[in-house]
Design a binder for this molecule. Sequence first.
Ligand SMILES: [Zn+2]
Length: 687
Amino acid sequence: MTETVTALTHLEAAEELIRGERGAIQIVGRALTPEEERRLAALAEADAAITVAVGHLTQTPCTNGKETISFLPDGRYAFAGITFAATLRVDTDVCGIVSGDVFALAGETQEYLLSFRTVPGKTVDGESTELLVIGEDADGQLSTGRLEILSHQDRVATISICFDEALRGFRPNHAEQMTGRHESTAMRTLGIEIEHEIGTEGNPQWTFNGRTLDITRCFQDAGFDVRRIGHASEIPEAPGVGWDSSQLHGLMSDYAQASLDRSDWELHLLLLSRAAEPRLLGIMFDSGRGDMNLLPRQGAAVFQDPMQSLGPTWRRKLLQTSVHELGHALNLAHPFEREIGRADSTSFMNYDWKYMGGDSVARYWQDFTFTFNDEELSFLRHGRRSAVIPGGDGFHTVPYWKQGDGGYVPYKPDRPTSAFSLQLTTPDNDGIFNFGQPVLLTVTFHNHLLRPFTLPPFYLDPKAGFLSFVVNRIGGSLSPDVGAGSVFRPIVMRCYDFDPATADTIPSNGSMRNNVNLTYGSAGFTFAEPGEYVVTARLELRFQANDYLTMYSAPMRIRVAYPKTDDEERIGMRLLRNDIGCYFALGGSDVLNKAESDLIEIEERLQGKDEYIANGLVANIRRCRAINTAREFVSYVDGKYMHRSANPAKARSLLSSVGPAMSRFFDPATADYTRAMLSTEDENAAK
Ligand SMILES: [Zn+2]
């Protein structure tokens, strides 16, 4: 026994040294060098090895009677058994929840098995050491279970966990014991890489209640150990028209190439001057697991120029927007969404112009305390690992707002309206698309009122979140239930600012329209199989004070033709690659080289020597290439930024062969944008 105690004392001393060294590296106040990153990783490994050693030494708890076991102090614990490792998060103070993640130990690596949390609605008070939990494994299986604190002394504890049903790696009703220790007062760890454009603010700060807050502080307050990571090179100035989504997707991909070995709890934030779209404040990249840049929900960008009109308080908005975008990357949604119904939320995740339904910007900033709301905090601190972790579950697929403990203020129910209508239009192709041909539609909002009506100009941009699309496959294997359609989610999400002075006015009996590209979203290809689909557009809008409408278009039938020849089928299958989907979704890209060269090859094969284009796929490939040629592109290669100029003349020549058949290949809005590209030097007109 004394030997064990001596060994434990030595291990603790070693651990103390390691922790001190880790702390010293972490707080250097700048991004870490690769050498420092490597040292930090080595120290973390040494620390984990000590935790395992301590676990082995204390496996058999001392049997000195039935003393009461004190509850674990709040914080994060690292546990290890023979075959399992676990992280436990004890949180009696903020959320009243205990949660954790379990991993299988396999040599050097850990395989994620499941997450668990105490039963929703039951607050953990720190009295009982036996807790009812719900586990959910990586396959989505659920089971109730029990977590028991078996012993606890000086922040070293032994727990047992047991589930009623089989979960991945767990037999039913089998108690697994693990020993571990307190690691941190924070619930989770998060690495944040911030890069900024030359001439922009690189470290947003705001003093609130006597504390100087920055991005790191805000996430620390939410329960994260935050670590600044990455290379702090300055991004060159924005291209003339501002940064567009494809360009930024390209930069994020370049960064990812430089650091593919990074673990998942890491976020990348770009602080930039301005976007190509006016009044765009922030975007979050969500291009799905299959994307070549491996960055679903791992990166965001924030644009400062539109905020500067606010005067001295613009930095407050910059900090709020930066945390807001990173919040999206951690899978938080907008609380004002109808589905969530928390327009009264003073969270980072609300928009000031949507607060209390609108017209309450000043009030939002009065009420805002630089915090997330309760259900967001529970989710960030205790949500299932894959639901929260950047790169995990798809954005908006985890309805954490339904698991809250109240405070839910639902909107009034939908009501039908004859005031407005929403219409979808296909190209002049009777709604029949070739297998593999991109699907773009025009969406038109009609105002049937006897007076003008105003809408924010971005309302018909699906990336802004107010306009959405439900897609049903008729029959087939993708979605056998008609009616159980899936909601299309774009690979980029955009958060806009709104000033009523900049609203678009739609006259009585007038309309407003936009093109929407449904080809490829964060869940992959929307029309991945030949057959019939029904697409319905849905728009949420504020009619007048406290009167909200959800409008639906008439269902639009889309037919994806079966390939007529083997060659056509082969081409169609080749097109169903994620990089090609991204290429179509982004209007081309300099970083998706393989996609581009394959598309050019397909285009040449289909087009041959013909002067005019007769194939919708060829027309769409040409259009994407033209859009990309007409934009400037900044890339990051081998630690240096490279600039490629725009070439509008070449873009026009790519499109000239589309010529007379424009309306057969493109819906009316896309055809208009394409014609505008043909007739002007101004690449701004392209969309
Ligand atoms: Zn947002």
